[in-house]
Design a protein around this ligand. Structure first.
Ligand SMILES: Cc1ncc(COP(=O)(O)O)c(C=O)c1O
Length: 473
């Protein structure tokens, strides 16, 4: 189009001296508007540049996988089963739903809440944590309610990091940590969890994923400001042992490092669970403990989370949180407060029942791996199972979209193939690794079992379809 509008020589001049915005194609009517703008002496339009911190980010795994699933659903004769993202296929308990519904009838619950959180919720959190926190918690100064654990952690990083400050993160990591650290100017320093040996041939315990303490110590520098721990761990299901936490804690205390302890799965553990904040008075001062109503009450869409810690630390988390979102939605804070008050009553067995139901879900679901001859990491907490799919054979010449090929790892290909061929969604765990370490995880797939028993049974049926594709020993 542009060559029709301008003589050839002018065309060349135009392209040499003008920065033509990418959004204008030389063959669409945009070229006409450039011409008009120029003749009016008005600068051509181009969209303002986004921050490189945002624009430079690859598309997230959740979007890639959920979009592939939605597209596949159009051609599949059966409904897609989604064991990918960690959302529940069932509702929160009745007492939580009723509490949230009642909150909407309360005038104050439809207005702003105090920026640190509703008093009812902060008091309920203090009461719920005290029995396992080993001390009294001052609900006024030591608790801040956030928009999910995620915004809470972002507020913690924003509250403490200056440009170039370093944060140690264990790999594999929950992917949100990385941008949450980098956006406020922090630098992520990775310490790989050491995977179990020969897990191709045997199912392993999540405790066999270990910390290399020499490596951890060597990564501490004068710029190290924080260390992130996630226990129970996503995606490995590891619950850090007391001994491991003591060693990490000693390094934190010796070097005056803040411990951000992501304990969002703290109501779902199947072996002994220790909170690092409880290990010593020094660690109590240096630890920020993270929780989530989404995980606690199967209500990930409520977006209610919290941080608990020493008043001197919470003060700065709260200050950042005030500037980021001011306060969390009031009705669901109140719903969470009433639900917590209810759940911790001695006669209420919700948390114990929840643990028992997850032990059962995991046992029933994981029998498919034995049937298929695949191995997996048996989790000690949380609701994810990391399965070793190195024996799965998929056609190399399968028609993978560019987006999947671009990732260059086998787990993305297997994920796509499973969606298209058996209508089952999982998560490729290399997303939780640095690109240079992705080879360590490309044989695994992560399955979320936070679904009804019936849903999981259907998933088992689907997975049986894989039998012909599993290489025999
Ligand atoms: C380890 C971990 N931390 C934090 C979160 C985020 O929790 P929330 O939904 O409360 O923001 C998740 C969610 O999957 C998670 O797995």
């Amino acid at each position: 189009m542009i060559s029709k509008l301008f003589p050839r020589t002018f065309d060349a001049r135009l392209t040499r001296f003008l920065t033509i915005p990418q959004s204008f194609s030389l063959t669409n009517s945009g070229s006409l508007s450039i011409y008009r703008s120029m003749s009016n002496g008005v600068k051509p339009f181009s969209y303002p540049k986004p921050s490189p911190k945002i624009a430079g980010q690859a598309k997230d795994v959740w979007s890639i996988v959920n979009e592939a699933a939605a597209e596949a659903q159009n051609s599949l004769p059966f409904p897609i089963l989604n064991l990918g993202q960690g959302f529940f296929s069932y509702n929160p308990p009745d007492f939580a739903i009723k509490a949230a519904q009642a909150a909407l009838d309360d005038v104050s619950c439809n207005q702003y809440s105090p920026t640190r959180g509703r008093i009812s919720l902060r008091k309920a959190l203090a009461a719920a944590y005290e029995p396992t926190y080993g001390r009294k918690i001052d609900w006024d100064t030591e608790v801040v309610v956030t928009s999910g654990a995620n915004e809470g952690m972002f507020s913690a990083f924003t509250g403490f990091l200056s440009e170039g400050d370093e944060v140690i993160v264990f790999e594999p990591f929950f992917d949100q940590y990385i941008s949450n650290i980098e956006l406020p100017g922090g630098k992520v320093v990775y310490v790989p969890l050491v995977p179990p040996s020969n897990d191709d041939t045997r199912t392993v315990s999540s405790t066999e994923w270990t910390v290399d303490f020499d490596d951890l110590e060597s990564k501490i520098s004068p710029r190290t400001k924080m260390i992130v721990i996630n226990s129970p761990h996503n995606p490995v299901g590891k619950v850090f042992s007391r001994e491991e936490l003591e060693r990490i804690g000693k390094l934190a205390v010796d070097n005056n490092i803040i411990v951000l302890s992501d304990e969002v799965y703290d109501r779902l553990y199947y072996s002994e669970f220790t909170r690092i904040a409880t290990l010593s008075p020094e660690l109590q001062k240096l630890t920020l403990t993270v929780g989530s109503a989404g995980k606690t009450f199967s209500a990930t869409g409520w977006r209610v989370g919290w941080l608990i810690g020493d008043a001197e630390l919470i003060k700065y988390v709260a200050a950042a949180h005030t500037r980021i979102c001011f306060c969390v939605n009031s009705p669901l804070q109140e719903g969470t407060a009433v639900a917590l008050q209810e759940a911790i009553k001695p006669e209420n067995t919700f948390f114990e029942d929840h643990v028992e139901s997850y032990k059962r879900k995991l046992k029933n679901f994981n029998r498919i791996w034995d049937e298929l001859g695949l191995t997996y990491t048996d989790p000690d907490g949380g609701y994810f199972v990391l399965v070793n799919f190195s024996k799965l054979q998929i056609p190399e010449d399968y028609d993978f979209p560019e987006e999947i090929l671009a990732r260059g790892t086998r787990d993305f290909k297997m994920t796509y193939w499973l969606i298209r061929e058996i209508g089952l969604v999982t998560i490729p765990p290399t997303e939780f690794y640095l690109p240079e370490h992705a080879h360590l995880a490309e044989k695994y797939l992560r399955f979320a079992v936070c679904k009804t028993d019936d849903y999981l049974e259907q998933a088992v049926e689907r997975l049986r379809l894989l039998k012909p594709y599993i290489k025999s020993d």
